[in-house]
Design a protein around this ligand. Structure first.
Ligand SMILES: *Cc1c(COP(=O)(O)O)cnc(C)c1O
Length: 361
């Protein structure tokens, strides 16, 4: 069956069509169990095998070292904004945060409720179209960790490098670019991501954390916010989001079939480059982000004539190109090109943009 539309939503976002087909085929009876995955006990043999396979496949995809725990949690990235200070302060009262945009700021705002935060640098002055060079970051020697956002989903600013900060544990919000390219997990203390951008359905949150950072939780931390309890129970401290976990597992298998993250990186780079080229070659469309840190995942763009925006969205939707409206903070359009967006979708968008410009430019 053909994909009905190309969905450029920033999240919850498009899932691989083949994965949805498989989930549909297995919906009522998973592998002859007579049960839907939704109906299974999370502690039963069937679901335990689904859960273990998903973790093993994620470990293979990201080459996660043995001394890292993979936790399957709930509560989205927003819960992590609080869980990180509660779990990683380890007796310290200060932490470093980098500010590259709206999601950085959300993490900072929540982190401030628990710790004394030092903002090491900010790109607010460039309207968040740049990443402050590492040499300008004002680090605090008393910080317990440094937090940053590897891809700012709203304004489309992405790191293609990992900060080198010696022993200071690096904590990264990878909600919108995890699994989009290979990364060196051992460079991080903790990686987290809500599932609904590049992993699976909403409701699941992945945390990958170095073991030695666990076990010194802040006094008063609720049990549900204590990583250690999840690490000790294979993420089954309470009932996990079983169906989302299963679907994430299907996505991991799909990624392995595509050739893993090296292959995805090539495709993602190609998809993003052609859309940026189409935007840059025209005076009709514009992207303000510094070419050194343009995101492969989220590409915001504006029209020279903002009065045409609604028309652009309406006409795009008529040809099956949907959810292109930009974030309310930025306006304009935003095309999110996660792993599951087929290259044909990007080609169709570029063809539509050329037609639209020819008609209205
Ligand atoms: C979407 C997003 C979030 C918020 O995720 P929730 O799961 O809704 O809490 C946080 N950070 C980044 C980078 C995001 O893209």
């Amino acid at each position: 069956m053909k994909q009905p539309v190309f969905n450029f939503s920033p999240g919850p976002a498009v899932l691989p069509h083949a994965v949805l087909e498989q989930a549909k085929a297995e919906l009522l009876d998973w592998h002859g169990s007579g049960m839907s995955v939704m109906e299974m006990s999370h502690r039963g043999r069937e679901f335990m095998s689904i859960a273990a396979q998903a973790e093993a496949d994620l470990r293979t995809l990201m080459q996660i070292p043995q001394n890292y725990k993979v936790l399957f949690l709930q509560g989205g990235a927003h819960s992590q904004f609080a869980m990180i200070p509660m779990n990683l302060a380890r007796g310290k009262s200060q932490a470093d945060y980098l500010d590259t945009g709206d999601w950085s700021l959300k993490a900072i705002e929540e982190g401030r409720r628990y710790l004394d935060l030092n903002v090491v640098a900010s790109s607010a002055a460039s309207h968040y179209t740049t990443i402050p060079p590492l040499a300008t970051w004002q680090l605090n020697p008393a910080a317990a960790y440094l937090h940053y956002t590897s891809n700012e989903t709203i304004r489309g600013v992405e790191f293609d490098w990992i900060p080198e900060l010696g022993d200071l544990p690096l904590v990264v919000d990878m909600s919108s670019d995890i699994l989009s390219r290979p990364i060196e997990v051992s460079r991080f203390g903790l990686i987290y991501a809500g599932a609904q951008k590049n992993i699976g359905p909403a409701g699941l949150t992945i945390v990958i954390v170095r073991e030695d950072l666990l076990g010194q939780v802040m006094e008063g931390t609720p049990s549900m916010f204590n990583y250690q309890l999840y690490a000790e129970t294979e993420s089954m401290y309470n009932t996990p989001p079983t169906y989302a976990w299963y679907l994430a597992g299907l996505v991991f298998q799909w990624l392995l079939q595509q050739g893993g993250l090296e292959a995805m990186a090539q495709i993602n780079q190609r998809k993003a480059s052609k859309l940026y080229a189409a935007i840059d070659q025209s005076d009709f469309y514009h992207n303000p982000v510094d070419p050194d840190c343009r995101s492969w995942m989220n590409l915001p763009f504006t029209l020279a004539n903002p009065k045409l925006e609604q028309r652009f969205l309406d006409e795009a939707a008529q040809v099956g190109l949907v959810t292109l409206k930009g974030h309310r903070l930025v306006g304009g359009m935003r095309a999110s090109l996660y792993n599951a967006m087929p290259e044909e979708g990007v080609d169709a968008l570029i063809a539509f943009m050329r037609d639209f410009e020819a008609k209205h430019g």
